[in-house]
Design a protein around this ligand. Structure first.
Ligand SMILES: Cc1cc2nc3c(=O)[nH]c(=O)nc-3n(C[C@H](O)[C@H](O)[C@H](O)COP(=O)(O)OP(=O)(O)OC[C@H]3O[C@@H](n4cnc5c(N)ncnc54)[C@H](O)[C@@H]3O)c2cc1C
Length: 384
């Protein structure tokens, strides 16, 4: 499960021009970021033509269509894909991972690349990752709602192949760390929210109820009116950033993607798929090198760590290492959405009273706390 936006650059390096044949939904040209409270919503809306450089584009994707296409590509190159089998354990000899156990079957291997997603139990068995902390993860819930191509084009101002990505802070996550998201697919929309799990004791409603209320918000309800619910899903998202990245290699084993915490929530976008793809590529390169050297111990496999450090994966995780702390601030989901919406309300309301707008703005700024705004503004600048 994913929200639905694939930044193309990682896959473009491996399969140039992939989007021409892959089942991608729409190229994102509309970007929206909103502050939302119970009755209001203030949105920053940016539109750009699709970049001429395919590596700079991003696409909405539905993984149930996209993943089988990608798996087929891997099979065409000689991979053997065994779906629907759970790996229960690792084969360990003298502290080295030598393969995997799945039910009755044992598969020996020179090296195992763990890519079993967030909460990697196999990564724990290999001694690479620790038990997942609620401070390092959010839970995401999502609905896929069917609308016609024309309804989507009309409601989101799109053409057939182009679409919108939208993130919303405030009431969707019950004014706690998290937020709503909406992506337009070809003939459906992906609508959901993520919620920082460490705040679960601070809310009075369940996460499914938050999604229900989000769908009934006066700004969202008309956008999904008449839509048919196709799918409901829930999944954990690793959101600890740099702080949750573990040791990446041990003897006979590497760890990649969400299993290694390679995911970034920077507030205005969530990225995990491009990091997972790039880490998969780096793991493949390191394994090829190790095979050439005929040695699969952790020293030999540490080429993987170096490849990641030299790539955007670790550079971006380092760059955004302050972001999780910046986003874990209740003012971002309470005071600021209220402040922005109250200011916009006053700006656009004529009451027959000659009150200067600056006076009412100042009142709202004071209510949110001018020092808080300066402090959080500075933290925000440092976080990005
Ligand atoms: C709500 C939500 C919104 C998101 N939005 C975006 C977005 O818009 N853009 C973006 O780039 N990223 C987004 N992400 C993050 C993105 O989905 C992940 O970063 C990405 O899917 C990680 O890929 P992965 O292959 O490492 O892990 P996963 O996609 O989680 O795949 C791991 C696979 O391993 C399987 N597995 C686990 N244990 C075992 C086992 N023992 N044996 C066999 N198989 C096993 C799982 O079933 C799963 O299929 C979002 C995530 C969520 C939950």
């Amino acid at each position: 499960m994913t929200g639905g936006r694939l930044y193309a650059h990682s896959l473009e390096r491996i399969i140039p021009g992939f989007a021409e044949e892959a089942p991608v939904e729409r190229c994102v040209v509309h970007e929206k970021i909103s502050f939302m409270n119970e009755g209001s919503c203030t949105t920053m809306d940016h539109t750009n033509v699709a970049s001429e450089d395919p590596a700079e584009r991003s696409y909405t994707v539905l993984r149930s269509k996209f993943d089988p296409w990608l798996a087929e590509k891997a099979e065409d190159e000689g991979a053997n894909y065994i779906p629907g089998i759970r790996v229960d354990d690792l084969i360990m000899r003298d502290g080295k991972v030598c393969g995997v156990v799945a039910g009755e079957d044992e598969l020996e291997a020179d090296v195992v690349v763990l890519a079993d997603g967030v909460n990697s139990l196999l990564g724990q068995k290999a001694g690479l990752v620790n038990k997942l902390s609620p401070h390092h993860c959010a839970v995401g819930v999502k609905e896929i709602i069917k609308l016609s191509r024309q309804q989507i084009n009309d409601r989101f101002g799109c053409t057939d192949k182009e679409g919108a990505a939208w993130l919303l802070a405030g009431s969707p996550s019950d004014n706690q760390m998290g937020g709503g998201f909406l992506y337009t697919n070809e003939e459906s929309i992906s609508l959901g929210l993520v919620f920082g799990l460490h705040n679960i004791s601070s809310v009075t409603k369940s996460i499914p109820q938050m999604l229900e209320d989000f769908k009934h918000h006066p700004m969202i309800a008309p956008l999904i009116e008449g839509g048919e619910l196709l799918e409901y899903s829930a999944h954990v998202v690793p959101e600890g950033g740099r702080a949750m990245v573990p040791k990446m290699v041990a003897d006979g084993v590497l760890i990649a993607g969400d299993a290694a915490g390679l995911c970034l929530n920077v507030g205005y976008t969530v990225r995990g798929m491009d990091l997972a793809i790039a880490s998969g590529e780096a793991a493949a390169q390191a394994v090829i090198k190790a095979k050439e050297a005929g040695n699969f111990n952790s020293d030999s496999l540490s080429a993987y760590t170096k490849l990641l450090q030299d790539s955007f994966v670790m550079k971006d995780l380092d760059l955004y290492s302050n972001t999780p702390e910046f986003l874990d601030n209740s003012r971002m989901y309470n005071e600021y959405p209220d402040m922005v919406n109250s200011m916009m309300h006053d700006l656009f309301t004529v009451k027959g009273q000659s009150t200067p707008v600056r006076k009412s703005f100042l009142g709202h700024l004071r209510k949110a706390g001018i020092m808080n705004l300066l402090k959080d503004g500075w933290k925000g600048v440092r976080a990005i």
